[in-house]
Design a protein around this ligand. Structure first.
Ligand code: OAD
Length: 253
């Protein structure tokens, strides 16, 4: 084994021959870009803010300005962030694997900014808005600097196009993610606490369908005990090491 993080030989072999790979990412993959996670003690967003006050439709109806400004603050953090070596390693993986699907719970758009193409956004996108009344995505807004802005079609309030607590995930995206999970030979769960369903069910679906399930996370999660491989390290370290050891010619070292 070479590289700064040793990858098990059996996993290297499995990946070299794999035709179908699916990856689920969570907030942890963007942590090294400076985007806060949700559940990490001290630094996680939910240690500092209450989901009840900010991330649900009722909260938005009660105080739309507060919720909109909180999302505008998160947009600002992401605008200043850059994709990190973990995101970049997944771009290389997409180029190496015949059928590759990247499923993300993140709303930060950093996978696409890194250059990934096959991205399924389970929880929406921070940089898209939708009309609260019509429940349809909206391009642009009424240009009178109101906060929140108004729908250019019906004049109703715009809200971030993200999935809030108590809301359904976009059905077509979730279906595609389930298909990718159940058809994958290798399934990665990276930088997610594996606590939020239905996303947390995807690695379990992959496992039940016979996939090799690989977790990458510095901390153990409920998935660790059942995963085929649990690689305890930061995504920005483990993923480039994995790429280097599986596809030596693409080595960033
Ligand atoms: P969490 O904040 O629950 O979990 C982040 C995970 O990333 C933790 O398990 C950390 O140990 C791990 N982590 C931290 N730094 C890491 C690094 N450098 N490399 C790899 N892993 C690292 O975030 P999610 O699991 O993404 O939903 O949370 C799932 C959903 O809960 C989010 O999409 C959001 C939230 O409520 C909605 O907003 C709908």
């Amino acid at each position: 084994m070479t590289g700064p993080f040793p990858i098990p030989a059996a996993l290297i072999e499995r990946l070299r021959s794999a035709q179908r790979v699916a990856v689920l990412t969570g907030a942890g993959i963007s942590a090294e870009s400076g985007v806060p996670t949700f559940r990490d003690a001290q630094t996680g967003l939910w240690a500092r803010y209450s989901p009840q006050e900010l991330a649900n439709a009722e909260a938005f109806r009660r105080n739309p300005r507060l919720v909109w400004e909180w999302y505008a603050w998160r947009q600002q953090i992401v605008r200043q962030a850059m994709p990190n070596p973990g995101h970049q390693a997944l771009v290389i993986m997409e180029q190496r694997i015949a059928t590759f699907t990247l499923i993300t719970q993140n709303v930060d758009g950093l996978h696409r900014r890194a250059g990934s193409h096959q991205v399924l956004e389970l929880h929406g996108n921070l940089f898209r808005s939708k009309c609260l009344a019509e429940d349809r995505p909206v391009e642009g807004d009424s240009e009178d600097n109101e906060v929140p802005p108004r729908c250019p079609r019906c004049g109703g309030l715009l809200r971030p196009d993200v999935v809030w607590f108590g809301e359904m995930l976009p059905a077509a995206v979730l279906h595609a993610a389930g298909q990718a999970a159940t058809h994958a030979e290798v399934f990665f769960s990276i930088g997610t606490s594996a606590q939020v369903y239905p996303a947390a069910d995807l690695p379990l679906q992959a496992l039940a369908a016979g996939a090799t399930v690989v977790e990458i996370n510095p901390q153990p999660t409920p998935l660790s005990a059942v995963a085929s491989f649990a690689l305890h390290g930061a995504a920005g370290v483990v993923l480039p090491a994995l790429i280097a050891q599986v596809w030596a010619e693409a080595s960033p070292y």
